[in-house]
Design a protein around this ligand. Structure first.
Ligand SMILES: [Zn+2]
Ligand SMILES: [Zn+2]
Length: 421
């Protein structure tokens, strides 16, 4: 039994404050629904594609959100079009973003309605717990087989008695598909060329073709020495089989200097195995990784990164800490082949520029906000919101997520099935 003190001004004041919090929260949820619509549009139209790894990386960079939260925003934004009921409840301020985020991890068009009823009734904690249990059922039912397959992956490379190298393995379907496509593409080209050069010869067997294709995929890059120093030199940069790569690409491949690059004269004689003499000493590489920690491109930070010579060593740039910067594979390509520029300023900071010359800041400033609450209320004018809009239907009773799963999940074993009716 509760005892209320009538007309206690302190309690009434606190209740008003609580209502205000609830109302503004509902406004923020409605605004979040609108934000997710904008993110979905931006993502679908590739607005982040000018230098960023993903829409989440762009979001994290542009508005200062942590990367995990940004990934979740993008994931939820993409999920909502297939879950119209959850999307609508969010846009009306009846379901919090936190609950929508949890429900969209498991909801399908078939289960959406049931989950939404639970989502409206329960608290965020109940919903989290339900979703965790739901995922366990999903995983058990659907992923056991995949996990078994994944566990069996392997690759062995060993030398046989006659000196030939034997490769044997089991790859996951995704990796296998990539390998097969690469082998097919390389094999087709080599086979076509062999027919042109020797139209009467016996065509190679499929096995022979694939062995040659694998060798081609693994080829080292051959590049003319003058081209490395000056990309405008006319000399070719060629892969072993004569396929050209651009001078910029060969400069990138030589940039980290951990790769063997053969330099040869115009008539094809190898004059130097360039990279061996340019290897970054282990101590310097450690210092570089310690300083940069990952890709330095604004908004990236990927850990697996290569050492980029800000001034290329082939142009006399020294292999020193101040002339090096870590870049991930993708952003290394951005600065060599896509026209992005990087320089080290007098104060030691790195500055990146887009191909059009505009500076790409490390962390852009957020726009100035005036009367944010008024703006929010005006934008949400079409939606009826009050202090109770977000209130869960839960009145304090015990919530058993195991029972909830049993009656709601399509793959759950129902009590009636185990009871023998
Ligand atoms: Zn580089
Ligand atoms: Zn990067």
């Amino acid at each position: 039994m509760e005892i209320h003190t009538p007309h206690n001004p302190e309690i009434e004041e606190l209740e008003r404050l609580g209502d205000e919090i609830a109302l503004l929260s509902a406004h923020i949820e409605v605004a979040t629904a609108r934000l997710l619509d904008l993110i979905r549009d931006f993502d679908a139209r590739g607005g982040w594609g000018n230098g960023f790894l993903s829409c989440a990386h762009w979001l994290s960079w542009r508005v200062g959100m942590d990367l995990g939260a940004a990934r979740e925003r993008v994931r939820v934004a993409r999920a909502l079009p297939n879950l119209p009921r959850i999307a609508q409840a969010l846009s009306r301020g009846e379901l919090s973003y936190t609950k929508a985020r949890a429900l969209t991890r498991v909801a399908t068009p078939e289960t959406e309605e049931r989950l939404l009823i639970f989502g409206r009734a329960g608290t965020a904690v109940h919903v989290e717990r339900l979703v965790r249990a739901w995922r366990r059922v999903d995983r058990n039912a659907e992923n056991r087989e995949e996990a078994e397959r994944h566990k069996s992956r392997s690759l062995y490379v060993y030398q046989d008695e006659d000196g030939m190298v034997v490769i044997r393995g089991r790859l996951t379907p995704e990796v296998g598909a990539v390998v097969r496509r690469a082998l097919e593409a390389a094999g087709d080209r080599m086979y076509a060329k062999a027919r042109v050069n020797d139209p009467e010869g016996d065509p190679p067997t499929r096995g022979q073709q694939q062995a040659d294709a694998l060798g081609m995929i693994a080829e080292v890059v051959h590049v003319d020495a003058p081209v490395l120093a000056d990309p405008n030199q006319p000399g070719p940069s060629v892969l072993e089989d004569g396929d050209h790569v651009s001078a910029e690409t060969s400069r990138r491949l030589a940039c980290d200097a951990s790769r063997v690059v053969m330099r040869h004269t115009a008539n094809g004689h190898v004059v130097e195995i360039g990279a061996r003499t340019r290897t970054i000493p282990p101590a310097l590489r450690r210092a570089l990784h310690h300083r940069d920690r990952g890709c330095r491109f604004p908004g990236c930070g990927v850990r697996f990164a290569q050492a980029h010579h800000i001034r290329h060593w082939a142009q006399g740039g020294p292999t020193t800490l101040s002339n090096l910067a870590l870049l991930c594979r993708r952003h290394h390509r951005s600065v060599h082949e896509d026209g992005f520029q990087v320089e080290r300023l007098a104060d030691g900071e790195l500055q990146f520029r887009r191909p059009n010359g505009r500076v790409l800041p490390n962390a852009p400033a957020l726009p100035a906000v005036h009367d944010s609450e008024e703006v929010l209320r005006a934008q949400n004018a079409g939606v009826h919101l009050d202090a109770d809009t977000l209130r869960p239907g839960w009145s304090g009773e015990r919530v058993d997520s195991g029972y909830a799963i049993a009656v709601m999940h399509p793959l759950a074993i129902r009590p009636s099935q185990t009871d023998g009716q």
